[in-house]
Design a protein around this ligand. Structure first.
Ligand code: HEC
Length: 163
């Protein structure tokens, strides 16, 4: 049984291995920045069905969110900016978007759904509160944040699932 499990873990590890662009250390660093500088307004991740019910049917009164969640942003970044066929390039492009948006937020540049964004005022600028490097690092985290999309199915920590 143990051997079988080992073989299964090995096989899944091969098939579910993250792309070369995924950097675990950078991801963890980005998550810390998110916790420190974004999480007072942005929840990290919530069930999409629940989010849609909240925004579309309940006028945000179910969850009373202050901002779109990290996993919503993650999905929108990957589906609205560039192409996920070239992850390396898309990481740069989504990083550029974040740097621009966080310093000069403007609802006209939104990548979010109208049904979601209409519940919020424009995000306050973070000029002077976060460096460009930190934004790109938090961008790495957001890009690979587990979500409801196909891009980051390899993010799941295989070893943890068997603990
Ligand atoms: C004081 C509250 C607050 C903080 C802190 C904050 N945000 Fe926001 N953010 C918002 C609100 C409200 C929105 C929705 C309105 C908008 O899009 O401008 C938003 C929207 C966004 C969007 C989507 C922009 C769009 O409309 O397409 C991104 C990306 C984003 N935030 C990233 C971040 C990151 C990364 C951090 C931390 C470094 C952060 N935010 C910190 C309130 C905040």
């Amino acid at each position: 049984m143990k051997t079988l499990l080992t073989i299964f873990v090995l096989i899944s590890a091969v098939f579910a291995s993250p792309p070369d662009e995924f950097d675990r250390e950078l991801y963890n660093e980005g998550e810390q920045i998110f916790d420190n500088k974004c999480s007072e307004c942005h929840k990290k991740s919530m069930n999409i069905g629940l989010l849609m019910k909240n925004f579309v049917e309940e006028d945000n009164k179910l969850l009373n969110l202050k901002a779109p969640t990290g996993n919503e942003i993650s999905y929108r970044l990957k589906s609205q900016i560039g192409s996920k066929d070239d992850i390396e390039f898309q990481l740069m492009e989504t990083g550029d978007f974040l740097v621009d948006y966080l310093y000069n937020p403007d609802i006209k540049k939104t990548i979010c759904l109208e049904a979601v964004i209409r519940h919020f005022d424009t995000m306050p600028s973070m000029k002077g509160k976060i460096t460009e490097d930190e934004i790109r690092t938090v961008g790495h985290f957001l890009y690979f944040l587990e979500g409801f999309n196909e891009v980051n199915k390899y993010y799941h920590n295989i070893e943890k699932e068997f603990e």
